[in-house]
Structure formats: C-alpha cells, structure tokens
Design a binder for this molecule. Sequence first.
Ligand SMILES: NC(=O)c1ccc[n+]([C@@H]2O[C@H](COP(=O)([O-])OP(=O)(O)OC[C@H]3O[C@@H](n4cnc5c(N)ncnc54)[C@H](O)[C@@H]3O)[C@@H](O)[C@H]2O)c1
Length: 821
Amino acid sequence: MVDKPVEDLDEAEARAELERLAGVIAQHDAAYYQNDAPTVTDADYDALRRRNLAIEARFPNLVREDSPSGRVGAAPSTTFAKVRHSVPMLSLDNAFTEEDVADFARRVRRMLKLSESDRLGITAEPKIDGLSLSLRYEKGKLKTAATRGDGTEGEDVTANARMVDDIPVTIEDAPDVFEVRGEVYMAHADFAALNARQEEAGKPRFANPRNAAAGSLRQKDASVTKSRPLRFFAYAWGEASELPGRTQTEVVEAIGRFGFQINPLMQRFETIDGLIEHYRQIEENRAGLGYDIDGVVYKVDDLELQAELGFVSRFPRWAIAHKFAAERATTVLQGIDVTTGRTGALNPIARLEPVTVGGVVVSNATLHNEDYIAGIDADGETIRPSGLDIRIGDTVVVQRAGDVIPQIVDVVAEKRPEGAKPFDFPTHCPVCGSNAVREMNPRTQRPDSKRHCTAGLTCPAQGREGLKHLVSRQAFDIDGLGDTLVEALFDAGLLRQPADIFTLDFEATKSLLEERALAARREREAAEDEAARAEGREVKERKEERAYDYTKSTQNLFAGIDARRSVPLERFIFGLGIPNVGETTAKALARHFDDVEGLIEGVDAAAKGMPGDAWLELSQLKGIGEKSFEQLLSLGEDKLADETYDPTRDPQAGLNVTRRKSLKDRFGEPAAIRDAIRAGKEAAPKPAYLELTADGDIGTVATQSLVNFFAEQHNREAVSALLGAGVSTFNERRAKGPDVDSPVAGLTIVFTGSLEKMTREEAQEMAEALGAKTSGSVSRKTDLVVAGPGAGSKLKKAAELGIEVIDEAGWFARIGRDLPA
Ligand SMILES: NC(=O)c1ccc[n+]([C@@H]2O[C@H](COP(=O)([O-])OP(=O)(O)OC[C@H]3O[C@@H](n4cnc5c(N)ncnc54)[C@H](O)[C@@H]3O)[C@@H](O)[C@H]2O)c1
C-alpha cells in the first residue's frame, strides 16, 4: 500500500500518521528486541522510521513524547535482572545513499569548524548483524554482561556471556575498570549446523543468524547458551578508568590485545571516496565473509573530536551506519498458492523458480493479499514502480532484506509472457470451501485487504483458534480447559468442532492427559541430561518409568465442562467467533433476541433484505453516516439524470466538507458520484435488515458478518450440534431487561483510567444492568465519563466536549450504592 507522500499530509493527517507509526514501530521493536522474532524486513522497518522522521521534520510541533526517533531499542525483558549502563548504549544514525554519507562528513566538518584543507580521519568497518553486548571488567575480571535494552537499562546476561568462547573471563593489562562493547553474532556455518540439529530434534528452525544469536544469548538457562555456537566482535567501549589510546583505531587495537576478536576489515580514511570505495568492497565480498553484516559503520577516529561532537538523543554525532540496499534478484513466478491461516485469512504465496538472493535460495515469497497482487491500494493507486499487477509467468523482482520473509516487490514489464492473465483470487476458502469475503473494517471504513474464510470455528484451518476462543474467559469460560489442552485435544483428533467439547470421551481424554505428562517428563529429563553432558557431569541413571494416573484431573475437567452446559446467550454468541461480533455486539444481540433460534431467525430475515454492495460501499464511506446517506438516497431521479448536476454542490445533499471530500476521493467526477447514488438507491436494503441494524448497537458491519456466518450451512450445523450436545442458553438480559428507572438509565457512559473498586468489566456490567450503555471511547454521544487515576486522552476529550466527569466515589453516589471497601 502506498503511503500518502509526506509533503501532501495536512496537520491532522500528520498527527494521525505519527500516532500510527509510533504504534507499529513499537510493536516491531518488541518483536525484534524482546522476542528475537521480527515480522517485517529491516528495510521495511527502516522505511517506517524514515517516514516518521520526515513527518516530524515537517511538523516539529507534532513530535510525540513517545516518538520512536528519541528511543533506542526496547525496554529490557522481565526475564532478566536489569543492569543500568553507566555510559548509555546508543544506536547509530543511518545513511542509505552516498549523498547521505557526504552530508554526514560535511555536518561533522561544519560542527568542528574544519576548513576544506583540514584533515579528518574516519574509520570504516563492517556493521555486524547481531546484538550488542556490554562487558564490564573490574581488575581484569568479567563482572557483568548486559544487553543494550533501551540504551539506559539492559538485561543482565552475565551467566550467558560466560558461555561464549570469544568472551574472555579475565583480561590482562587492561585498566581497572573497562567496559568492552561489541556484537554477539552467529557465523553462517554454525547457524546452518544449529538449524540442522534443531530439525533433527524436532524443534523449530531459526529464521536467520541474528535471531538465532539473540535467542541463544538471551536464555534463562545459561546451559542452553553454552550449547549454541556464539561469537563476539569487539568494536567499542563504555566506562573506562583510563583509555588505552587516543583514537578509535588505537583503543580498538588495544582491546584486541586484551584478548578480543576485532574486525580485520576496519580501516582509516581521510576522504569520502576512500570510505565509499571500502564500503563497495565490503559489500562485494559480503557473501564470502561467513557472517551477516548489514552495512558499514563510519566513525570519526580522533577521540577528542568525538567528544566535541557529542550525542543527540539516540546516537552519537561522530558515527553513522551506511546500510546496504535490500537484496534483490529477479526470477519467474511459477504459481500462486493460497492457504488459509489460523485466523481464517487467505494468504497468497508466490511459488518461484528458485533463485539465490543474498546467498540464500528463495523459492517462495509472500504476496500479502489480493490488492497487492492486483497492484493497487485501497484508494485505487498503483503500488509498484512498474504499475503492473502480478501474473503467473511474470518475471518478478524478489527482495530479501534483513533476512526475514522474502517478498515480491516489482514486475519486469518487458518480460511479461503473452497471454498471461490477471490472477483470479479465490473467493472460497481453499481448506473448507466456504465463502471467503473481505469484511468492512470498522476502523478504516474500508474493506479489509485480507479475504477471510467465513466458516470460523468450523473450518479445519481455523479450528484450533476457534475452539480456544470458544472456551476462553469471555466466552464459555470452561474451568481447566486452557489453550494448550485445547491444542493437544485438537491435535489428537478428539476435538474438531465446538460440540465435541461436550461429548468428549472420558477414557480417551484421560489417556491423552497421561501421555502429555509423560512426554513432558521425558523432555525435561532429556534437557537435564543434555546439560549434564555439556558440562561434563555424569548423566543420571533414571528409574523405571512411573505411570501417571489422571482419573481425578479428568473428572475435574469434565466437571468444569458440565458446569457450562448452560451459558448466558451473549457468551454463546460471542463464543462463535463471528468476525466483528465482539462482546458488546453479543450483549446487544442478547437484548434483542430470546435465544439462539431467535437470533438465527432475525439474521435470516435481515439476509432477505440485505443491501447490495453498492449500498454498503456508499453507506460506509468515511464520514457518511446513516443519516446523510439516507439524505443522498432521497435526491430526486430528475436531478441524478441531469448531466450537469454535481451532488457535492447541492445543499439539499446535506454534505459537509469531510463528506464531500470522501465522496470525491472515492468516486472522482460528479458523473461517477451520481451513478453511485443511483446504484445505492437500487440496492437499498429492505426493512428487516434495517430493523436489525437500527438497534444502534448492532452496526451494518456486524449485521453483514452475522448474515455471512449463517449463510454457511456447516456453521448452522455446528451451532445445532452444539445445542444438540446438551448445551443450552439462558437470557438474563432479555428476561430482566435493564433497569429503566435507575438514575443512569439511557445514558452513554465511558469508564476510563485504573478503577480501584471494580474492574472495567464489572463497571460496565453494572452500568448496563442499570440501563445505561457503555462505550470505549468519548464522543459527542457520551453523557458521562467515570475516570479513575491515570486517565489520559479520554479525560482531555471529555473536557473539550464539555462532558461531565466523575470519579469512582461519585459513580457509586450517583447510583445510590455504598462505596465498596
Ligand atoms: N525488522 C524489524 O522488525 C526490526 C525492528 C527493530 C529493529 N530492526 C533493525 O534494527 C535496526 C535498528 O536497530 P539499532 O537501533 O540497533 O540500530 P542499528 O542496527 O542501525 O545500529 C546500531 C547498532 O549497530 C550495532 N553494530 C554492529 N556493528 C557495529 C560496529 N562495527 N560499530 C558500531 N555499532 C555496530 C550495534 O549493536 C549498535 O547498537 C534497524 O535499522 C532495523 O534494521 C528491525
């Protein structure tokens, strides 16, 4: 999807975009630094950061407090003790082009007030793709080893670092206090061998050497680290009671004499051309190095000059990382496979004629979604330089960056074979054959880019996730039946569809539990043995295997299941896992219908009057709510037939600026807008549909999802099987109905902040029982905000809108109850 160019953003868009970027970058940081499992390529990640910076440069007043541009890494994980760095561990500024490098040198010269003829020594060395580590030596002994963490505080991995051969536990001739810094990494050959061992042991492979290195070092159990082939290059230092040199080169060479590996490719240059030449050579020889690097780091050599240049928030001003361009290659797209993921999303995967990209053979790549294949984003804009869609037989450009998931980034237009046809994206689930649809995304008001199988929990591809959802706390809430047990039962074939939970076989379940316990013990013992062998200890003799008896546990599990044979209707509905039918909608439906049969009747009635796509498209355009939409549909035929008529200029159309823009953006010319309105009129929904949606709590999006779900025969069968297995629902909401006389009846209430006397859920339940509606966000429709300590943006919004705000005590006073102790 193409992002709007930064220079075209208005202030509101920029603010929203900065918020979005802060969120996604933080997510990627957590995946990368804390879990060692990135989900996007480094190139894509870097692009997000660059966009964030560019927006901040254009709108300096919008820079957020939590902006990624002021942050290093991610907070240390709670698995390890924390270590405070006496000298912060920073990141590096990035250069992506030679021009960026020249800028860097100019900036440095300017800040140091150097003239053209003054010499400036800059070192260049490979940028190792691993994770940075700080090693503190006191009187020559290794005291602590810490990861970078967020730059200020890292994780204490001393026990692990002691397991790395390249890290000496004692060093000689070093100053009293000396912190060596560098990169822990894994060599290609070691990485391949490790993955082979993993596979043999039936364990998952590591995606790339960086993740393997980071994952191996950051182990709770240091004996695991010992069994992993880690290496270390030293290239920097932190606190030092004395420095063994006056330049970068001298100190690093001294560190080499202390007993560390230093990189032999480090060199000093006095011209930009020299640096660039070295960069090119390193890039050219990259594949033969035996370890991953992702660029070349340049550093001002003279330490006094480094000190004079100092730091900005995230990085030193005296260094920069010149990153390699993402690695690309061209190959032929032989086919596109579509699979259904665990959440029901249809994922297109490119089958490629195998090609080597950056030293790795790639034979498949992600194609993201059908818009991506079609080459357009949600606004209909082309997203590839070639402007082409992706067709089977095409010669395509594959990119592998940061070694994550290869992707297809372009099509070579000249090589398109004659007769290649646009890819026909399946509209049915490849696993179960159900309809696969693109739901409206309620947040963006656009169709999801991913197509989803509508079968939900009855589709084998999604079954496990669906069943986990069904037994989860907010749904059936079955005691003793957690995620891992559901998975085990599912994998053993004992659970396939919801009804199976209530007809489980006692003996089969019991043996499964016993086998699991046995397997867990064997695994534990094998790990102990492995550790013992690794440390040269004697491997324990094991006694005869004791069998487990899980009769009692199985009885408890069955009691837990029995206890939920009768559940509140809203939990039953929510448990079905229908897209866009969350807890709130489920509750609203429970107010609306007596029982499951009633719900299905209601949905069937709605389906008969279901609006066509044109209606939906129009009614769900940004800013066009139901009201103004109806106003549009009421425009006379005569007007719409008039070729000079522009609905966006007609006061009778009741459009404000946003709506006008929304219409123009989507449809363009007045003629197209007139056509859309006409199509909308024709497809206008019949009353039953409107009745269901008119509740106000059940939006058109949820209604559509309900209709889709019950349109599938196997979903109906799964629901009746569940009822047939002895599950029944009761409906307190409908029977009692909300308390219409309470002092808060009819109000829309938002609870925010950390409530102290009740959980957020309890508060909402209470308010709803008292006839109020609750909402998660403050808007003009909100009547009352109940705020606990730490309430933030919602409180501000309430103040802006002049909405009454009370605290928890005020809430209990309002509803005439005592404040709980
Ligand atoms: N894919 C993702 O989801 C994801 C998420 C977060 C970060 N990342 C990757 O990490 C990068 C950002 O991480 P970062 O803050 O560590 O910055 P960085 O990797 O761009 O540069 C700083 C780091 O480089 C390392 N380094 C390696 N060799 C070095 C040398 N010779 N001299 C000095 N330092 C050297 C150090 O560990 C230092 O902390 C991004 O550019 C991205 O590529 C990716």
